[in-house]
Design a binder for this molecule. Structure first.
Ligand code: TXA
Ligand code: MG
Length: 352
């Protein structure tokens, strides 16, 4: 158990920042404390990236293994040199085009950044978040800030300040609350130490957009479709982004998927299980008459992405035993959604 601190919550209007509160949070970072802050993707749990003790507090607060490296956040391009060395031209080109924004680049780590940020790796993950609160905090703190998603290890990422509070109350000094994170899924991680570069995690910046700049960009195979990747047995996937409830992911074409979901839902209800359904808005009527908790994700990919983790956490709060959801189209943001669903399902994938 980490030492308990008194967690303060500061509400910030992102269109009219109260710089006094930002100053207090920045001072806390400079003093080695932990500050959770909103970004356009998900909330981050930040610490001074130059301070190995402060970074260590992140691992303890999250219950995160020290083998899992952390992303460093910067607010201006000039800071990149403090974080990384031998920066390739492509990285500068991508930064000019996509920063601030949901792209994290893996580069060679500068010796100014302590090894524990990167779990001992010679590389560093870095991004510039596109959120006025995050950018103001980074600027006033005048530091690069190491920040993983602000959730307990293996929980779904926090996209509301309330999620951060649920997971980290007593473990974080300050939570900056500026409402819901816009995108709702984490950044796209691109490894630029490889030729051609490799996407390690699909995210808020789509693969289609990346391919416009890097036509031969590779995608790590674990992000392929479950059938292509040959995932069958539960437990083969690294536990991550998971709700407490078991999540069942149904794959296949329209009618058959709905039928399979209905059949499974009825079996579970007959077994006295409490069930939740993460439904795309226009298909809720397909489940009429089922005694399930519904969470409506929306009908566009941006809405569904924005709501996915909110929905998982909401169904968990309602105490469901099993969550049923179907796989969606993998284009655009769908690739990141697909990845998060597959991991949350931990191998419980039903091909219809
Ligand atoms: O959108 C985001 O990326 C959010 C916000 C807060 O910026 N952050 C985030 O951090 O999702 P986290 O720690 O939950 O996920 C970052 C992942 C890690 O799990 C790790 O696998 C990968 O990035 N990563 C970090 N540094 C790396 C490195 N040097 N090499 C390879 N992978 C790395
Ligand atoms: Mg995370």
């Amino acid at each position: 158990m980490p030492e308990t601190v008194e967690t303060q919550i500061f509400y910030l209007d992102q269109d009219n920042l109260d710089m006094r509160l930002i100053e207090i949070a920045a001072a806390k970072l400079r003093a080695g404390g932990l500050v959770a802050f909103p970004t356009e993707t998900v909330y981050g749990l930040g610490a001074n990236a130059f301070d190995p003790d402060a970074v260590n507090r992140i691992f303890i607060a999250k219950g995160r293994p020290a083998s899992d490296p952390i992303i460093v956040h910067i607010h201006e391009l000039a800071r990149l040199e403090e974080v990384a060395v031998r920066i390739p031209d492509l990285a500068r080109q991508l930064a000019a085009k996509f920063w601030p924004g949901p792209l994290t680049m893996i580069l060679e780590r500068s010796e100014k950044i302590p090894p524990n940020v990167s779990a001992g790796l010679p590389t560093i993950a870095v991004r510039m978040p596109n959120h006025p609160v995050a950018l103001a905090l980074l600027q006033i703190a005048d530091l690069p800030v190491a920040a993983p998603s602000a959730n307990r290890f293996a929980h779904p990422s926090a996209t509301l300040a309330a999620h951060v509070h649920d997971d980290l109350n007593g473990r974080v000094d300050i939570i900056l609350d500026s409402g819901a994170a816009n995108i709702g899924l984490e950044s796209t991680i691109l490894d630029l130490t490889k030729t051609p570069p490799v996407v390690l995690r699909p995210g808020g910046l789509t693969l289609e957009t990346l391919r416009e700049i890097i036509p031969d960009v590779q995608v790590l195979s674990k992000h392929l479709r479950a059938d292509e990747a040959g995932i069958e047995a539960p437990g083969m996937l690294y536990k991550h982004y998971s709700p407490r409830a078991r999540l069942l992911l149904f794959l296949g074409g329209g009618e058959r998927v709905i039928l399979a979901m209905r059949t499974r839902a009825k079996q579970l209800l007959a077994d006295n299980k409490k069930i939740g359904i993460l439904a795309v808005n226009d298909e809720q009527s397909e489940f009429d008459g089922l005694a399930a908790h519904f969470f409506l994700l929306g009908s566009t990919l941006p809405d569904i992405s924005h709501n996915l983790f909110i929905g998982m956490r909401e169904l968990d709060r309602l105490g469901v035993d099993v969550i049923l959801v179907r796989g969606l189209d993998q284009s655009g943001l769908g690739a990141a959604l697909w990845d998060r669903l597959l991991r949350a399902a931990e191998g419980h994938v039903i091909n219809c």
